[in-house]
Write a protein that binds this ligand. Structure first.
Ligand code: HPA
Length: 245
């Protein structure tokens, strides 16, 4: 079973024929919303809007543990996360689609593991490769089958938010090797791996990161909204191709 976690700009999938919705209780509290069960082109899919269906949950308040646990409880094996990112690298301009292959985690204060409490043994999961190779390939094949281009690989800097970054912070992320920045990549990817899900991200560049693009540039919500509205139709098309693979 494939699950899709939709980020900003993707709170519903117009091409999903919904069969039912289910509220899942988890030991970690409430997921961002009920899971939406349905079909895309005849293939079963579960959809979850990361920020809630009304986009009311900010990145630092998403219950990542509950979301991933809820999907796992429904026998999901494969997860595609769709995430809006800011472009740091010159190739990552607004509208570009990217399939990152690495993560740097700058978040703090988030519940970021299942391996705690209740006398659980101390566990140090290997996280050398944060994304699943198979799911990354499937994403890339789906993107190509949909007739779209993409940037293959890149380092996703997961920041705490909810504010955007300073120019100096983006410069630092770039020196660290990050090529894109977002607020939801972690702990989502690590939790998926801890629980045994095959997980990859399709990033959509929503804006130039702070201090990138033209020098007078300020990041506006309107700009992000416009880019994402134009891009998410392409993502839906990609998902239609991807479910078939
Ligand atoms: N910074 C952090 N997160 C983001 C951005 C950004 O510029 N754009 C979309 N998510």
């Amino acid at each position: 079973m494939l699950a899709i976690i939709g980020g900003t700009g993707l709170t519903k999938l117009a091409n999903l024929e919904i069969t039912h919705r289910q509220v899942i209780r988890t030991p970690y509290g409430e997921p961002s919303g009920a899971l939406t069960f349905g079909n895309i082109c005849g293939h079963s899919v579960i959809f979850l809007a990361r920020h809630g269906y009304g986009h009311t949950i900010p990145p630092h308040e998403v219950n990542y543990r509950a979301n991933i646990w809820a999907l796992h409880s429904q026998k999901v094996k494969n997860v595609i996360s769709v995430a809006a990112v800011g472009g740091i690298h010159a190739d990552l301009v607004p509208g570009v689609i990217v399939v990152p292959d690495q993560i740097i985690d700058y978040t703090y204060g988030r519940k970021n593991t299942y391996f705690e409490g209740n006398g659980k043994p101390v566990t140090h999961m290997d996280f050398t490769e944060p994304y699943c190779d198979y799911m990354r390939s499937r994403c890339k094949d789906g993107i190509l089958a949909a007739g779209e281009k993409f940037v293959d690989g890149g380092v996703y800097a997961s920041v705490q938010g909810p504010r955007l970054e300073t120019k100096a912070e983006i410069d630092r992320l770039e020196r660290d090797g990050a090529t894109m920045v977002g607020m939801t990549g972690m702990p989502e990817a690590a939790l998926a791996k801890e629980i045994g899900l095959s997980y990859a991200t399709i990033g959509v560049v929503a804006n130039y990161a702070a201090g990138r693009g033209s020098s007078a540039h300020r990041i506006s919500y309107e700009e992000i909204d416009t880019v994402l509205k134009a891009s998410m139709g392409r993502v839906r098309n990609i998902l239609e191709h991807l479910v078939d693979l």
